[in-house]
Design a protein around this ligand. Structure first.
Ligand SMILES: [Zn+2]
Length: 463
């Protein structure tokens, strides 16, 4: 009897042990192979979206707009990971290395696009893997479609500045949906573009079955099945400036992309990037950073709606790096108490600092600066502050810091008005988040290097 009980107990322990090892095996061997979990993958990247950018957008949205964020809704699924993003050659990354680490799953050096650890040998990206499985693929950004993040999923060049090659490679690979700015890399010099090889890739795209669209209206009307959306010769507008353009929002691009790609019965992979949170943060532009983060949030909302209708969809939301060392700070212009940002003032801004600086031109007078700030930001800086901006005081005090002319000083002057400060005008090593929902997202919680995001997606595809 005792022997039989022992035998049963042992057998039970063995079964439990086997089950445990299977569970742990799944958790620790992301590429162990097996059944495909996710039919579709939607990867949403906020370029430059650190925890502080998110925090500022959350405060603004909940207190000034009285609106919950879709980003929070995804986080509430409980599948949030802590992400670090150092590269093969640096503690602080730029977008090409960050995106390649996410797209290929290996640590790589700065500025190479879709290249492995040596920076010279192409690595296979998650988009290429999806394509091999017969899935549809799409890349969307508010920056240039040839810029580092979208490039790193569908091109292989040694330096991110080789955007003419990126454009040709993205089309040659046959990415079904490509949307963003920097049309100039698709057009020859004779047609106002940057291509020195004389090729007109928009004509080549039409011949390859793409519908080429140039504004929100055309995007709304197109029915695909392949779409090349080029909405600006340079980057698309920051969301704060978008009303004066014919450009679609990131949410509109995301919506049309998911609708188009989901026609493929084998599913799809889509990378949707808010590419300009980074740029607004480089300019230390608090209102523009918050608005672009909210535009990203709308796109996340589109992905969540799609997932409701298509539960086999893995959504991952993350960032490539933080930009600017943004922080909502305690003391303000009017108070030494802990108050935080001036929500009404953030709401008043009607122009990005990018456009404001362009309007001011080189060496503007203090009066011109004061007028522009009054007109477009709705606030009155002092004559001394305007003089400091004109003198570019911060750049002179901190010459080793990467700095946009006058904007660094302007951001410093605006700091106590907005209650938002910045450490720098370049990228930082701030840790990030990755959060998601849907099949495969159970591997997101924990501490990850950003290379692991590739393995989580690859594993969801059954590899
Ligand atoms: Zn950047």
């Amino acid at each position: 009897m005792r022997t039989r009980v022992h035998a049963r107990t042992l057998a039970l322990l063995l079964v439990v042990g086997l089950l445990m090892s299977t569970v742990w095996g799944c958790a620790t061997l992301p590429s162990a192979g097996g059944q495909r979990q996710a039919k579709n993958i939607i990867l949403l990247i906020g370029d430059g979206l650190g925890p502080s950018q998110f925090g500022a957008a959350w405060l603004y949205s909940s207190r000034a707009l009285h609106k919950d964020l879709h980003l929070v809704q995804v986080m509430q699924s409980g599948r949030t990971g802590y992400i670090v993003n150092d590269t093969a050659d640096s503690m602080v990354t730029e977008s090409a290395a960050a995106a390649t680490q996410i797209s290929c799953g290996v640590r790589v050096p700065a500025r190479a696009v879709g290249m492995g650890p040596d920076g010279k040998t192409p690595c296979k990206t998650i988009l290429e893997i999806a394509k091999e499985k017969g899935m549809a693929t799409g890349l969307v950004t508010t920056s240039g479609i040839t810029d580092a993040t979208p490039a790193s999923f569908a091109a292989h060049v040694e330096h991110r500045s080789d955007e003419a090659s990126v454009a040709a490679q993205q089309l040659k690979l046959g990415v079904d949906v490509l949307m963003g700015g920097r049309k100039r890399f698709f057009l020859p010099e004779a047609k106002g573009g940057n291509r020195k090889d004389g090729r007109d890739l928009t004509t080549e795209a039409i011949n390859a079955g793409y519908v080429v669209v140039a504004n929100a209206d055309e995007l709304q009307k197109t029915n695909g099945p392949r779409i090349l959306g080029l909405f600006n010769m340079a980057n698309m507008a920051l969301d704060i400036d978008r009303a004066t353009t014919q450009e679609p929002s990131l949410a509109q691009m995301a919506s049309r992309t998911l609708e188009t790609l989901s026609r493929n019965p084998n599913g799809f992979f889509a990378m949707i990037e808010a590419g300009r949170i980074d740029h607004a943060s480089h300019f230390n532009d608090a209102p523009a950073t918050i608005r672009d983060t909210l535009a990203f949030d709308e796109a996340v909302g589109v992905a969540l709606e799609f997932q409701k209708r298509n539960p086999g969809t893995l959504i991952i939301v993350t960032a490539d790096h933080e930009t600017g060392g943004m922080a909502v700070i305690g003391h303000s212009k009017d108070s030494t108490e802990y108050v935080g940002m001036d929500l009404a003032l953030v709401q008043k801004a009607t122009l990005s600092l990018e456009r404001l600086a362009a309007q001011l031109g080189k060496s503007p007078s203090p009066e011109k600066i004061q007028d522009a700030v009054r007109q477009h930001l709705g606030l009155e800086i002092t004559t001394q502050e305007a003089k400091d901006v004109a003198n570019d005081t911060i750049r002179k005090l901190d010459p080793k810091n990467y700095s946009h002319s006058i904007l660094h000083t302007l951001a410093f002057v605006l700091r106590p008005y907005y209650g938002i400060g910045w450490v720098s005008q370049t990228h930082t090593a701030s840790p990030l988040w990755a959060f998601g929902s849907g099949p495969g997202s159970e591997k997101l919680p924990g501490f990850h290097h950003n290379t692991e995001l590739f393995h989580i997606m690859n594993s969801a595809l059954g590899n």
